[in-house]
Design a binder for this molecule. Structure first.
Ligand code: GRE
Ligand code: ZN
Length: 319
């Protein structure tokens, strides 16, 4: 069974300046080992893919990526360089790698232009954004130019987690809750809901947003979102569609990255439909064979397994 994974990370020595915060999440030796795998495209990665039966990785620059750069001009130059570097790596192994473009969201028009260059000239398949950009989220009106370009190019945006702009008070004194174990998923799910209630998908009904980690909890919440939206005072917020879940089912695609557990998979399939669930591993942060055997052994029909493993990715990314 052809198997394609969509949240697969790499990095470059120039990006080390941004990773100080993320590095503190892990023990130094664990982090060093992750960086060794992130910097490599072939010696460690391809044998690991072969051993796990993974045909293709759709690569993206590791979090926090370009979003962490404070200087807009540096962000634009660096995103261009990273996308060129990624395209070269893909060009050396085009049947094993594909990629999402890093976007200099510090300047939304530059991000739209870089997405277009990366898709049209470099053959990348969409964009990746890591959480906020200095406190700005993708529902900010300034980002409509980026959504518009995505829809024109018919490519998805992968929203990957990173640390929030500040520490939510409820997490104060609990640094162990900050990071991929807990805070990142909450932050990303909230970011998706900002896009829903911020009218992004009313303005761009065909926009395609992707999140990992089995949907960052969202598939579990749909009924309650709808029920409470119909009860709440809406503070003047209006949606064109009746229910919040209409947007999540239509505009959101989720990947299995970093979650190898049948219960949330069944929930995701039931809530989102099999056309909206795609395979991922979250390399190098999760174990590749664990992820591929989870997919192979999941109690789903072979038709659904094929959609998750490759069919949905082939359709959405035109692979
Ligand atoms: C991830 O992408 O899930 C991730 C990182 C960095 C550290 C741990 C982790 O990007 O799980
Ligand atoms: Zn990841």
């Amino acid at each position: 069974m052809r198997t394609i994974a969509l949240e697969e990370h790499f990095t470059h020595p120039d990006m080390a300046v941004y990773s100080a915060n993320t590095a503190t999440i892990a023990e130094p030796r664990v982090w060093e080992d992750a960086v060794r795998h992130l910097l490599d495209f072939t010696e460690l990665r391809i044998p690991a893919m072969d051993a796990a039966g993974l045909d293709m990785q759709v690569l993206s620059l590791n979090a926090p990526g370009i979003q962490a750069e404070k200087d807009t001009n540096v962000a634009i130059k660096r995103a261009t360089f990273m996308n060129d570097t990624l395209a070269e790596a893909i060009g050396r192994n085009p049947d094993r790698f594909s990629g999402f473009a890093a976007l200099p969201t510090q300047d939304p028009m530059a991000a739209a232009n870089e997405l277009e260059r990366a898709v049209v000239e470099l053959g990348l398949k969409g964009g990746v954004v890591n959480a906020h950009t200095h406190g700005k989220y993708l529902d900010d009106p300034s980002f409509r130019v980026l959504w518009e370009r995505m829809v024109d190019l018919d490519v998805p945006l992968y929203l990957h987690p990173a640390n929030g702009v500040d520490l939510p008070h409820v997490l104060s004194g609990h640094p162990e809750l900050v990071g991929p174990m807990w805070s990142w998923g909450n932050d990303t799910a909230s970011h998706v809901l900002r896009c829903v209630f911020g009218g992004v998908f009313d303005d761009f009904p065909e926009a395609k947003l992707m999140v990992g980690h089995m949907g960052e909890g969202l598939p579990y919440t749909l009924w309650r979102l709808d029920s409470r939206w119909s009860w709440h005072f809406h503070h003047g917020i209006k949606l064109k569609r009746e229910k919040p879940s209409d947007y999540i089912r239509h505009n959101l695609y989720i990947t299995t990255s970093g979650v190898c557990d049948n219960a949330p998979l069944q929930c995701a399939l039931s809530a989102m439909g099999a056309d909206h669930v795609l395979f991922s591993t979250d390399y190098p942060f999760e174990d590749l064979p664990t992820a591929t055997s989870f997919l192979r052994d999941a109690p789903v029909s072979d038709e659904v397994r094929a959609k998750i493993a490759h069919g949905n990715a082939e359709r959405l990314l035109k692979l």
